[in-house]
Design a protein around this ligand. Structure first.
Ligand code: DOR
Length: 422
């Protein structure tokens, strides 16, 4: 199988390579401007051709909650968002705490046309925070990360043991850093807005306290700890201090925490209900300011699909989560890059080299011999977000109707076009 991406501008972490035809053969990049017969041709003229994105944080709900999402819909949504590889979270039903479940996910994902799946497995059995999973067996079955994401690991001794095993096995530990008793029953950020609305708040202190605990245990054990969805100025400041003082932690931020504030909750619409919660404009400014420097290592979506019926409950009952795989890049491109706040190269780094480095994977490149995981972006055409067009089963979105640029028009995974717009 030979394919050409014709006439796009090539950009990867090694730099801007100018306008070329990019040839792909049998799953890997073959070279530039080679000519000769091809089985498929994709027009990339006027478009940007760049390594497909990596997302270390998606909820695909498979097994057990396929009414929300499944491997086919989730991996197709990822590809439509320009992602070539995603790490699925373990808070499924049953929980991914057994090597058989990991092996089954890997086997089934290989038959799906979409992004590559690299499953995470749980830290604790059933995410109950009581007993560790068999991480060696989970890793042998294909797990690349351990995480109880969705719930914090409250017991510090258990978290320490988890980090000791993970360090030994070379597994990345991803956290859900919210101190449970401070988070309590909060459904939104605790502050002036929660007070005005009369909704139970979840303070930024819950995040800052837990990031400190998680980071110090990383330092103690030598485990590589990825601090997921850092949402607050205080949380970011603690994480930045941990990094500066040598703790082996890395930092993730999400599209929602970079673009939305707690004021969004004023209409009591649970589409904005997410954990950790949307914070204040000051927190958003702090996260945005950190993107250009070294404080943030990756942007992960925390794509968290739920059914419309679930999300149409009241603010107290509705589940936490925003489904965003298909808008993440256009949203960040439009709001940050097109608005002149962040260089395009930096945004791409946070979706490509940054997450690869967190995981210890090779930096994604457009070099001959590299896996042909490539995305083609249309940075010019403005189009409004239409949730109804999502491949994800979750079609409700906080950004409905918003005009955005930067839509992924093609995604190749292992040289195969798994997303082609139009
Ligand atoms: O909002 C969230 N939803 N945050 C999480 O950490 C979990 C996720 C989910 O699984 O729905």
């Amino acid at each position: 199988m030979r394919l050409v991406l014709r006439g796009g501008r090539l950009l990867d972490g090694a730099g801007d390579r100018g306008v070329h035809d990019l040839y792909v053969r049998d799953g890997v990049i073959e070279g530039l401007d080679l000519g000769g017969a091809v089985d498929q041709e994709v027009d990339a003229e006027g478009r940007l051709v760049t390594p497909a994105f990596l997302d270390l944080h998606v909820h695909l709900r498979d097994p057990g909650q396929e009414v929300k999402e499944d491997l086919a819909s989730g991996l197709a949504a990822a590809a439509a968002g320009g992602y070539g590889t995603v790490v699925s979270m373990a808070n499924t039903d049953p929980v991914v705490d057994d090597p058989g479940i990991v092996a089954d996910l890997v086997a089934r994902a290989a038959r799906v046309a979409g992004a590559r799946l690299r499953p995470a497995a749980a830290i604790s059995k059933g995410l109950r925070g009581e007993e560790l999973t068999d991480m060696a067996a989970l890793r042998a079955a294909g797990a690349v990360m351990v995480t109880d994401d969705g719930v914090p690991v409250a017991d510090s001794r258990l978290f320490r043991s988890a980090c000791e095993y993970a360090a030994e096995l070379g597994l990345v530990v991803q956290t859900h850093s919210e101190e449970p008793s401070l988070r309590d029953g909060g459904v939104m950020h605790e502050g002036a807005v929660s007070q005005r609305l009369g909704l139970p708040g979840n303070p930024d202190a819950a995040e800052a306290v837990m990031i400190f605990r998680d980071g110090e245990v990383a330092r103690l054990t030598g485990a590589r700890v990825h601090l997921a969805h850092v949402s607050s100025r205080r949380g970011l400041e603690v994480a930045t201090w941990l990094k500066a003082s040598g703790a082996p932690v890395t930092v993730e931020v999400t599209p929602q925490h970079l673009t939305l504030t707690d004021e969004s909750l004023a209409g009591f619409d649970p589409v904005y209900k997410v954990a950790p919660p949307l914070r204040t404009a000051d927190d958003v400014a702090a996260l945005r300011a950190a993107l250009a420097g070294g404080a943030v290592d990756s942007i992960g979506t925390d794509h968290a699909p739920h059914t419309l019926a679930e999300k149409q409950q009241d603010m107290l009952s509705a589940p936490f989560g925003i489904a965003n795989l298909e808008v993440a890049f256009p949203l960040l491109y439009t709001r940050l890059v097109a608005a002149g706040e962040l260089p395009l190269e930096r945004l791409l780094w946070l979706l490509q080299d940054g997450p690869a480095r967190v995981m210890g994977w090779p930096a994604p490149r457009l070099d001959p011999g590299a896996p042909a995981d490539v995305t083609v972006l249309d940075l010019e055409t403005e189009r409004a977000v239409e949730g109804a067009r999502f491949r994800s089963k979750a079609k409700h979105t906080p950004w409905e109707g918003e005009p955005l640029k930067g839509w992924p028009v093609a995604t190749l995974v292992a040289g195969r076009a798994v997303h082609l717009a139009g």
